[in-house]
Design a protein around this ligand. Sequence first.
Ligand SMILES: Nc1ncnc2c1ncn2[C@@H]1O[C@H](COP(=O)(O)OP(=O)(O)OP(=O)(O)O)[C@@H](O)[C@H]1O
Ligand SMILES: [Mg+2]
Length: 290
Amino acid sequence: MLVVATLSLKGGVGKTTVALGLAGAAQQHGVRTLLVDLDPQANSTIALDTAPTLATVADVLDEPRRSVLDRAIAPSGWGDGLDVLVGAEQTERHNNPDPTPKQLGRLRRALQRLVENDGLLGDTFGSAEVDDPYRLVIIDCPPSLGQLTRSALAAAHRAVLVTDPTMFAVSGVQRAFDAVQTERQRGNSELQPLGVLINRVRPRNSEHEFRIGELRELFGPLVLSGVLPDRSAIQQAQGACLPIQRWDTPGAREASAVFTLLLGRVLRSDRVRRDGTAPEAAPIAPPATH
Ligand SMILES: Nc1ncnc2c1ncn2[C@@H]1O[C@H](COP(=O)(O)OP(=O)(O)OP(=O)(O)O)[C@@H](O)[C@H]1O
Ligand SMILES: [Mg+2]
């Protein structure tokens, strides 16, 4: 089970869009996935057309027990293979600016419960492949560096840093890298940045080209080669509670291709994490038909 957080320390740059796009790609390629909606705005829970539950992620953070998790996880309305740990406004009560280490560890403990077998944990977190109900867990973070985002970093193996191609991108991405680094030093040594995904790129926009160049110069290969274009199809698909992969327009196909690339990077990274094979050795399955 690989845990990936979508992160930015600025609001509205596309964390939820990337979490949903990656979840849609995973579902399309038969990768069983849980999306954890850690944002009190609960945007991804809504866009995933999730059925009502008896509990939410806020309750899971109160009591990170399997029975609470079971009540807070629902199948997404997008179909088989994609579940949601449901978000709620009440999650805000877990967003203290100065959390204790115990509070920061609650999401990680809850996700560990997913790989438990008859009360026993796998040898290390995320390595109990036989019993893993999910191959991928995606955490959609809120736009601040409070307890919630830091809990996501404490629970994640990889962080996708999302940015837009604007003047403040470099400082925002740098601060997000710093947050990842701080968490690595604080306790989660497995955490690594998966890469920087640049969102809402408009073609032939010289300011965007300049900012993308700036990011590539500073962050090198960590800047993902597939940038996500600004396309109204993304908003339309979200408004219709459908995955972009099932929105059949040229703009949607462009965006889907970027999410397939991102999924490939995620799965290669998982393979490298687990057994140290070369990144090229981890192909993704062909798209499933719906
Ligand atoms: N590439 C894109 N093309 C068009 N619209 C986009 C794109 N990416 C995001 N949007 C739209 O921009 C808005 C903000 O995106 P999103 O909700 O993904 O950002 P966020 O970082 O999760 O925001 P928040 O910080 O509030 O959680 C949404 O309405 C979304 O549909
Ligand atoms: Mg969001």
